[in-house]
Design a protein around this ligand. Structure first.
Ligand code: F6P
Length: 546
């Protein structure tokens, strides 16, 4: 492959453009072009994407689109959708889009259409969900299941829990709880108040070997055995895994193991069996709507020209901010309480995918790859860290996300929420200069010497970039589309940066060392470490059960 991001023509050109337009003033470009918002925004179904408040112009955008061409992005998209093994280091395809495709579609993996198997699992999930809801599937003491505890971590937790929170306005059919942390506090607090007779555990682990998940699953198993006897396990546990023998070995009946495939990455897996807890909470119709929204976004991504393609545009703007304007983080700020776990979900999706230091040839990168993703629901963030976004010394590009329709009965709340959503991007862009601050303070009657003293602290530089995404309503379909849009954005960035986005070797070393340290904490072995690690181990040996 000849393409190298930082050797490409577009890279050189974009570097020049970043120098040429280093002083581009957003305020001025808006003043001089009344069509700017129109030129730098796109609409797709229920989504309005406004990227006009970025340090961009037509020349820059056209060069970013040129970069996508030079990177061979069309070929990459086709390679992903057609089941090529683009996860080369793990010799796997990347086919999570098949999980949300239609039964009539043909999606090939190693020459075989995966769609019948995908829909067979979905149908089994639906059948099981109905049985639980209708009281056909009961606990061991013939009691109805009222509570589900999803035990999983990373992709086996963050996607489902994020969706669970986002769709609360749909009305839950069951109480669903999520336990991920190997801190026993998480499990203990969750089990407190639950009745084992009415509780179903969904053990979600692609590998069925993850330490945190297996530790929590075994403790949950002991809890059920203790209260209902060992014979009750089969009625209180189901599993989601690609490792079906291990799930069966745990004591789960084969009929209650919902499978998926190694061509689905953990962080891209909520669309299939990993979404079982979502289906149990909201029912199959809602889950299928979620899939449909994602499928529509897949279609848009696959078939739309890059200059109209939402994920591609988001990705290219991110590359511009990261690699050319040198802003290494991205804040995700949803003005929707339902999306309060969305930043955490995206942290895994994005940072585990593109937090890489080698290109596809194994050569160290001489440029930045994945940005730091962080965020919080607005308006909570406004009263926490927005100070730094407005006046800190670093420029933080922002994705604002909001919905026109409220998900509560409180219309007045929603108008205030939207007013804040809009005001923030305007404030970031316009800022307020020294002279205007002085005028304002003078008008307030402040003595002139005090005005001069205070004014520097009240200056906002402005010219801070943001994307505003305004959707019609936060429903399952739009949520599916939103998630898929970010998944594809991540794909595009990884492709352009020429990194492998679908492996995650960076999480392995810590796991391996924890396995070595555990017996030392238990006092079963002793190994040489540096003095810091040795002292931490010595102190940790004092653990006593609380
Ligand atoms: O720690 C990384 C990771 O492998 C993630 O990629 C994955 O989502 C998570 O652990 C959980 O893995 P599993 O589903 O196999 O338990």
């Amino acid at each position: 492959m000849d393409y190298q991001f930082d050797q490409s023509e577009a890279y050189q050109k974009l570097t020049e453009l970043s120098n040429k337009y280093a002083k581009l003033s957003l305020k001025e470009v808006f003043n001089s072009d009344s069509e700017r918002a129109k030129k730098f925004s796109r609409s797709w179904k229920d989504c309005y994407l406004d990227f006009s408040k970025h340090i961009l112009n037509e020349e820059i955008l056209s060069e970013l689109l040129h970069l996508a061409e030079e990177a061979g992005l069309s070929r990459g998209i086709e390679a992903m959708f057609s089941g090529e093994k683009i996860n080369v280091n793990e010799n796997r395809a990347v086919l999570h889009t098949a999980l949300r495709d239609l039964p009539s579609a043909v999606r090939l993996y190693e020459g075989e259409n995966v769609m019948p198997a995908v829909h067979e699992v979905l149908d089994r999930m639906e059948d099981f969900t109905k049985k639980v809801h209708q009281g056909v599937f009961l606990g061991a003491s013939q009691k109805k299941i009222t509570d589900v505890v999803n035990i999983g971590i990373g992709g086996s937790d963050l996607g489902p829990v994020m969706v669970s929170e986002a769709l609360k306005s749909e009305g839950s059919k069951l109480q669903v709880h999520y336990v991920s942390n190997v801190d026993g506090f998480h499990l203990e607090q969750t089990l407190r108040g639950l009745n084992p007779e009415n509780t179903l555990f969904v053990i979600v682990s692609k590998t069925f070997t993850t330490q945190e998940t297996m530790t929590n699953a075994l403790a949950a198993k002991a809890w059920i055995s203790e209260h209902l006897g060992e014979g009750a396990i089969a009625q209180h546990f189901v599993a989601v895994s690609t490792n079906i023998p291990a799930a069966k070995g745990f004591g789960i009946e084969e009929a209650h193991v919902f499978g998926f495939w190694d061509w689905v990455g953990g962080r891209y897996s909520l669309w299939g069996a990993v979404g079982l807890s979502i289906m149990l909470e909201y029912g199959a119709a809602v889950f299928r709507e979620l899939l449909e929204g994602a499928r529509e976004m897949d279609e848009h991504f696959r078939s739309t020209s890059f200059d109209q393609n939402l994920p591609v545009l988001l990705a290219l703007i991110g590359i511009w901010n990261n690699n050319f304007l040198h802003h290494p983080t991205l804040a995700i700020l949803p003005y929707a309480q339902g999306l309060h776990r969305f930043p955490a979900f995206l942290q895994q999706a994005d940072m585990e995918s593109n937090g890489k230091h080698c290109n596809k040839l194994g050569k160290r990168l001489s440029y930045q790859s994945g940005p730091v993703i962080w965020g919080e629901a607005g308006t909570n963030g406004q009263h926490a860290f927005y100070q730094l976004i407005h006046q800190g010394t670093q420029v933080i590009p922002v994705d604002f996300i909001a919905y026109v329709r409220p998900t509560s009965k409180y219309v007045d709340h929603h108008q205030k929420l939207l007013a804040n959503f809009i005001a923030q991007s305007e404030a970031l862009m316009n800022g307020i200069n020294f002279d205007d601050v002085c005028i304002e303070l003078n008008e307030q009657g402040m003595p002139p010497h005090q005005v001069l003293q205070l004014a520097p602290f009240k200056v906002f530089d402005g010219n801070r970039p943001s994307t505003s995404m305004l959707w019609e309503t936060l429903n399952p379909r739009n949520l599916g589309a939103l998630i898929a849009m970010y998944e594809h954005k991540i794909f595009v960035q990884g492709w352009v940066w020429d990194v492998y986005s679908y492996d995650q070797w960076g999480v392995e070393l810590g796991k391996k060392l924890a396995q070595r340290i555990l017996p030392q904490i238990k006092g079963e072995s002793s190994l040489a470490h540096d003095s810091s690690t040795t002292e931490l181990i010595r102190r940790s040996k004092k653990i006593k059960a609380s």
